[in-house]
Each structure stands twice: as C-alpha cells, then as structure tokens.
Design a protein around this ligand. Sequence first.
Ligand SMILES: N[C@@H](CCC(=O)N[C@@H](CS)C(=O)NCC(=O)O)C(=O)O
Length: 238
Amino acid sequence: MSRLSDFPITQKWPPKDPDVIQLYSLPTPNGVKISIALEELELPYEAHRVSFGTDDQMSPEFLSLNPNNKIPAIIDPHGPEDTPVGLFESGAILLYLAEKTGRLIPNDPIGRYETIQWVMFQMGGVGPMFGQFGHFYKYAADKVANNPYPVERYKKEVRRLLGVLEGRLRDRKFIMGEDYSAYSIADIALFPWVRGLSVGYDAEDVLRVSDFKAVTAWVERCSDRPASVKGFSVPAEV
Ligand SMILES: N[C@@H](CCC(=O)N[C@@H](CS)C(=O)NCC(=O)O)C(=O)O
C-alpha cells in the first residue's frame, strides 16, 4: 500500500496527523511496550484506542491490519524507502522501531542478537506463561475454584521465569548491561509483564515476587523512567 489512507483501518480510526506513526493499542503489558518505546525514542505518534469492551479487535478494519485480532499494531507512514508499513506482534514492532532509529539496541552484531534473544524470551515464554497465570489466578478464578492445578502450574512457571531474569540481572542494571546507556528493547519487552504481576494481577504476595531482589529493583528502575510513566497510560481513557 502506498499511502496511509489505503489501509482500511484508517476508516475506523481516522488519523489526525497522517504524517506520524499510528498506534492501535490499549495500556496492557503488550500495549505499553510500544508506547514506552515510542516515548523513549521521541518519535511522533498518534494513539488509537482499540476497545475490547466493544470487540474493536474483531472488527474488519482492525483485522485488515492484524488478522490475529490482538493489540498492539502500528502503521508507520514513513516506513522503509518512505513506503507506509503496517506491523503487528509487539516484538516485531519493537525491533522495527529500534532499527528505524538505531537506538534501544546495541550496534555490534553479538549485542544485537543477544537483545533479540531476550525479546524472544519474553515473546515465547514470559508473555504467554504470565498471561496464563493471570487468566487462572484472576480472571477465571471462579472457574477453577475447585481445582488448584492450573494456578499451581503457572505459578511455578512464573517463578521459574523470574528466576531466569534474576540470574541475568544480578550483576546488571538492565538486561543488556550494567550502565544506563544499555537500556534496550529487551527491558521494554520484559519489565511491563513483571510489573503487571502486581499492578495487573495483584499477585505479588502469592508469587513472592520480592524474593527476586534484582528483578524488583530493575522493574522500579525501568518504571521510573519518564518515558515509561507516559507510556503506561497510552491510549488515554476516553
Ligand atoms: N504476541 C502478541 C500478543 C498480543 C496480545 O495478546 N494482546 C492482547 C492484549 S495484551 C489482546 O489484544 N487480546 C485481545 C484478544 O485476544 O481478543 C504481541 O506480543 O503483540
């Protein structure tokens, strides 16, 4: 598609400024990854709210951009060779934004792949497992009230994954290094999910998150960044 207006999603969510990145999202752990990255990178963007309450993610306009009916998704009107590009899957979007700007990812090839490796660890492990835990522990608690197995299973897996992160962060400020310039898309992919265990699922105590001291300090360090504070509430409530 050669123009932003060629994307059917723009009919449901018309751009105010067709020259900037269009973000379709909600402030969930997956959604805020992208608003936080955009804020860190100081890229101009416009955020559109995809309301689950009205099943916006199932609308034909949304599905035309993401057939997998999930936020976040973006359109960059100035993609490669200045051609508009539409993308879904938060890991792919983070990588795209990092490569577009040459920031939030190391320049050296080994550091770059190591960063991608930790983004994949979030996408394939932390996100799906923490999400299943939250489902059974919070959202479907009434359905498993007589069966402790699902919560126990995912609790164990969440704690195992937190242990992996603890090992990585024990001697580092951020996933990719010990100084503040090492902040990367790997942190942005991961920390909103760990934060969500308490902010979203109220499960800090049941999971004994405070056992993971390096992880807890890192979540605080990442959350306190001005870009994170802004990104947490994008798109704003209407
Ligand atoms: N792997 C996807 C997961 C996205 C995802 O699960 N999004 C959730 C909100 S956090 C969603 O849109 N759910 C709506 C639905 O399943 O209908 C990504 O990282 O972008």
